[in-house]
Ligand binder design. Structure first.
Ligand SMILES: [Fe+2]
Length: 176
């Protein structure tokens, strides 16, 4: 793993750091599924997808992570993948976050392979538990529902996002 990743991930809790690193490792193993010119960016985004937890500004970690990385000069593709990981737009909506906040990380032009790139990050995130162990998607969703009871923002978001998450996991695993 890149030394810069370790430095960026230092403020995360040990378990979140283990989770986000494992997501990076998983995506590294399947990165050949995306075009070569975006492979390194997809892997970087996977390792850093939860970095926003360590740098809370808005309190919404996909947005905080993308803004942090943009400020550090990471590419628009990396910032895009972090900003939109695992159906973040659904949780943004539930939280009442202005859609424009995430939209600034939409890509200006069509990037070949970006759909699969997003799917791989979502797949790895949704099959890696909160401390880095491997789970099935169903186990992952059940675990989130235990940690975030009905009535919480995260629970409402995960219930709404489930079809999107399932689609991404199916597309990604179907292409492996
Ligand atoms: Fe994650």
């Amino acid at each position: 793993m890149d030394a810069a990743f370790a430095e960026l991930l230092a403020p995360l809790t040990e378990s979140r750091r283990a989770h986000t690193i494992e997501v990076g490792r998983k995506v590294e193993q399947v990165a050949h599924l995306v075009p070569e010119d975006i492979r390194d960016e997809v892997v970087t985004a996977a390792y850093l997808h939860d970095v926003g937890y360590g740098y809370p500004v808005s309190g919404f970690h996909p947005l905080d992570g993308a803004e942090l990385l943009e400020g550090r000069g990471y590419s628009p593709i990396i910032c895009h993948l972090v900003a939109f990981h695992s159906a973040s737009t659904v949780e943004a909506d539930v939280r009442g976050i202005d859609a424009e906040a995430l939209d600034q990380f939409a890509l200006a032009a069509e990037v070949p392979g970006i759909g699969m790139a997003n799917d791989l990050v979502w797949w790895a995130d949704m099959t890696t538990g909160p401390t880095g162990g491997t789970l099935t998607l169903d186990e992952r969703l059940a675990d989130i529902r235990v940690r975030y009871p009905e009535g919480t923002l995260v629970r409402t978001a995960i219930d709404r996002a489930e079809p999107l998450l399932r689609g991404a996991v199916q597309r990604a695993s179907g292409s492996m």
